[in-house]
Ligand binder design. Structure first.
Ligand code: JFZ
Length: 582
């Protein structure tokens, strides 16, 4: 456990600020939009080939009277964010503070003279907000010895580059670590490993050691540029831009995300994410032990677009009632995608109680929500809401908790149900949960055991060819389900098989009954109309019907048997409850 990162893990939600001279350009230069398709407005100097002297003219567009960093802090607070990371120096090399070691800074180009970093640090202190700095170490389009659009990144001269490093990076980092109080994190932004760049391992260690020396509690992110093998001493991993978590990691990690697309203010922005989508992203990361740092790109008068104000207001409002499932919460032991109503988070509370939160994304989850996998009864279950907590009736049966929820749920974005336990509840990691519509969707990723050889084929041709498992010999997959009452299920399976004569087969064993299915030719289909796009068909085949006479745990074992001349691409099994047959 990284002691330094404890606060970070608890806070879960932070604000990123991209603000600098580029904010004055608003993504347009001399009537032309920022070049390059990704429209990152903070890259305009590089993309649109802007001379330094002309770029500096942008400072005249700023409304210095109105710019007030305290407003950013208040906005973060209102949104429920617990820390701020600001672009103290972005790739353009322009410092947002009164830098003694380098004149290319805001103090010299603002009127009245401003030190935005100083002002922000004081505002953060005043409002109890943690402060971090983005510092572009590798890239600096201003310094003649760093890289810019006139040279390839590996053309640079090592000795000259070191002059840049020693006369700009190191002194500026010292200033940032000395003059602005406690710094919670430094966010570097080298997205390549240093060996692919001009930066040396020694330079990176020099930088890192300086931070450790001057502010031992300050966190450092993984975009410093050293690999984990070279240095395990990185505090949190930064995923790609807007890249949400997919896997549970035990170490701290974070997604940097935008509310729309660009980081710096771009007036043509047109891809606003909804409040619901942002909340789902935040909860999704928390359900995998991760953080979300959400960006604002203030304008040249310091304000943020209404679209951001509105969403931040809604998110903050949501967190004020449901924040329990986010702050100081993290992944639960079960798979985070086990249930189809939403995602689960877990928290050990200060009062000693243990909470499992059901973050319900589904707008119509039905009257009863089922939680599969916990094998002991909760003490209490409550629906969190704005006014008060509502006690919910529930029934616990071996491995499934059925929770009665009101017809009308209180929140339009995400609703939260809280299950309370005295100790962290025991779980059965092997179970597959039933879907809302009463079936079990069994596939390669939720199988409890896999035996034999197979190839995983990810989806292709824009997803018209789905994810599948290719078997050339034999594969045995096994699943475990809990059946709550005597019931009957139809069984379907989907696969692609292109041979017409074969002795390949599937055999399914459920509850001592065996179903054998000879592989059938699944044919071809049109992948996309009017494009000469014929693909192999993945077709669904009925295997039979199975009856479970009594409630309990059941194992379902599928054996796929074929040979190298007759490969099969297998997809899934679907057990669907046949209601009228009982
Ligand atoms: C970088 C910057 O270039 C950009 O301006 C912004 O500051 C963003 C937060 O970070 O852009 C990146 C960095 C890394 C990846 C992609 C864009 N990456 O690893 O995929």
């Amino acid at each position: 456990m990284n002691e330094r990162a404890k606060w970070f893990i608890g806070d879960r939600f932070g604000m990123f600020i991209h603000w600098g001279l580029y904010s004055g350009a608003e993504g347009i230069w001399k009537g032309e939009k920022v070049r390059y398709n990704n429209d990152y407005a903070e890259w305009i100097q590089y993309r649109n080939q802007i001379e330094k002297s002309e770029y500096l003219e942008l400072s005249k567009r700023f409304d210095w009277e109105n710019i007030d960093p305290e407003k950013w802090v208040l906005l973060a607070k209102k949104a429920g964010m617990k820390y701020i990371t600001i672009t103290a120096k972005h790739h353009d090399g322009f410092a947002l503070w009164n830098s003694e070691s380098n004149d290319y800074n805001i103090y010299n180009y603002s009127n009245p003279k401003r030190d935005i970093i100083k002002e922000l640090s004081l505002a953060c202190k005043k409002h109890g907000m943690k402060l971090g700095f983005y510092y572009s170490h590798w890239t600096d389009w201003e310094h003649p010895f760093s890289w810019d659009n006139s040279k390839e990144i590996y053309w640079l001269d090592k000795e000259n580059y070191n002059i840049y490093w020693q006369e700009k990076v190191i002194p500026q980092m010292k200033e940032l670590l000395s003059n602005y109080g406690e710094i919670s994190l430094i966010w570097f932004d080298m997205w390549l490993h240093h060996q692919e760049t001009i930066v040396s391992k020694e330079q990176l260690f020099q930088l890192k050691n300086l931070i450790r020396e001057m502010q031992p509690n300050c966190l450092i992110n993984s975009r410093l540029g050293l690999s984990i093998d070279e240095d395990k001493d990185v505090d949190f991993r930064t995923l790609g831009d807007n890249q949400l978590g997919k896997y549970k990691y035990e170490y701290p990690w974070q997604t940097p995300a935008t509310v729309a697309h660009s980081w710096g203010y771009n007036k043509n922005e047109n891809e606003w994410k909804s409040t619901t989508s942002i909340l789902r992203s935040l909860i999704g990361n928390v359900s995998l032990n991760g953080n979300l740092m959400l960006n604002i790109g203030p304008t040249s008068n310091g304000s943020v677009p209404y679209e951001i104000e509105k969403r931040f207001d809604e998110i903050g409002n949501w967190l004020s009632y449901y924040g329990k499932s986010v702050y100081n919460a993290g992944a639960f032991d079960l798979r985070n995608d086990l249930h189809d109503w939403g995602l689960t988070t877990y928290k050990k509370s200060k009062n000693g109680k243990k909470y499992v939160f059901l973050n319900i994304f589904d707008n119509q989850p039905g009257d009863i929500i089922k939680f599969t996998g916990i094998t002991e009864s909760p003490i209490k279950i409550k629906l969190l809401s704005k006014n008060s907590k509502i006690d919910l009736k529930f029934n616990f049966n071996t491995a499934v908790t059925s929770i009665k929820i009101p017809k009308k749920l209180p929140n339009p974005y995400v609703n939260v149900v809280e299950m309370e336990f005295n100790e962290k509840p025991k779980v059965d990691l092997n179970l597959v949960a039933k879907t809302k519509n009463g079936g079990y969707a069994l596939n390669y990723s939720n199988a409890m055991t896999k035996k034999g050889k197979s190839i995983i084929n990810t989806s292709k041709r824009f997803g018209s060819i789905p994810f599948n498992i290719e078997v050339k010999d034999s594969l045995i997959l096994k699943w475990k389900v809990f059946v709550e009452k005597p019931s009957c299920y139809s069984i379907d399976t989907s696969y692609n098989f292109q041979k017409k004569i074969t002795n390949g087969y599937l055999s399914l064993e459920v509850n001592n009954e065996e179903f054998k299915h000879k592989l059938e030719y699944s044919g071809k289909t049109v992948g996309e109309p009017n494009q000469d796009w014929m693909i192999d068909r993945f077709d669904s085949f009925r295997l039979g019907q199975i009856k479970f006479d009594s409630p309990g745990f059941y194992f379902i074992e599928l054996k796929i048997k074929t040979n190298p001349q007759n490969p099969i691409q297998w997809q899934w099994l679907w057990l669907d409850e046949v209601v009228d047959k009982i």
